[in-house]
Design a protein around this ligand. Structure first.
Ligand code: HEM
Length: 153
């Protein structure tokens, strides 16, 4: 089961990146014109937020199952780069990214001009995406994980 959850967490990253890019495209095209902020625009922000929430849930379960919680409370989170990466850096970075994605969606529901909705959708998603990209254990990094389950990192 643990392997299945980790594989799902791996693959969900691509859905998040896809919806984040779509949200950025929606945001930037709306920002520059006089477009109305429609249901489709809001849906992209909603799907992105839902994927992030599923990822957060998977991450929390993995945090316990993979033993990182024990590492944290055992006081060895800073004992190595590897420990620090998964107990602190990956988790905190992703949490910040997910909070920003929530703010992006919350702004799509506010009673503000459509131009502002597009702008906020773009900027919150943009900053979240940078943080998320920087906190993914990409192949080739010091702490690396495969691009897809079953591949080598
Ligand atoms: C946008 C959010 C996130 C993305 C894109 C993401 C991405 C990833 C990726 C690509 C991996 C490697 C999977 C593999 O080994 O095949 C991973 C591992 C992991 N992530 Fe996340 N993650 C996110 C959020 C979180 C959060 C919020 C937590 C904790 C609460 C978390 C905890 C973990 C854990 C514990 C592992 C497994 C580490 C190990 O191998 O022991 N992730 N994550």
């Amino acid at each position: 089961m643990q392997k299945g959850l980790l594989d799902l967490h791996n693959v969900m990253r691509w859905l998040i990146l896809l919806f984040a890019v779509l949200a950025l495209v929606k945001g930037v095209t709306g920002m520059s014109g006089k477009k109305t902020f429609g249901k489709g625009d809001k849906k992209i922000a909603l799907f992105l937020m839902i994927c992030c929430d599923i990822q957060l849930l998977l991450g929390l379960v993995l945090y316990v199952l993979q033993g990182w919680w024990s590492v944290l409370i055992g006081g060895t989170a800073m004992a190595s780069n590897y420990n620090r990466y998964f107990t602190v850096e990956h988790t905190i970075g992703m949490l910040i990214g997910i909070i920003l994605i929530h703010i992006a969606y919350a702004n799509t529901k506010k009673d503000i001009p459509d131009g502002s909705k597009f702008k906020r959708l773009f900027w919150y998603t943009f900053i979240a995406l940078i943080i998320i990209l920087a906190t993914i254990p990409w192949p080739g990094r010091e702490i690396a994980r495969p691009l897809f389950p079953g591949m080598s990192a």
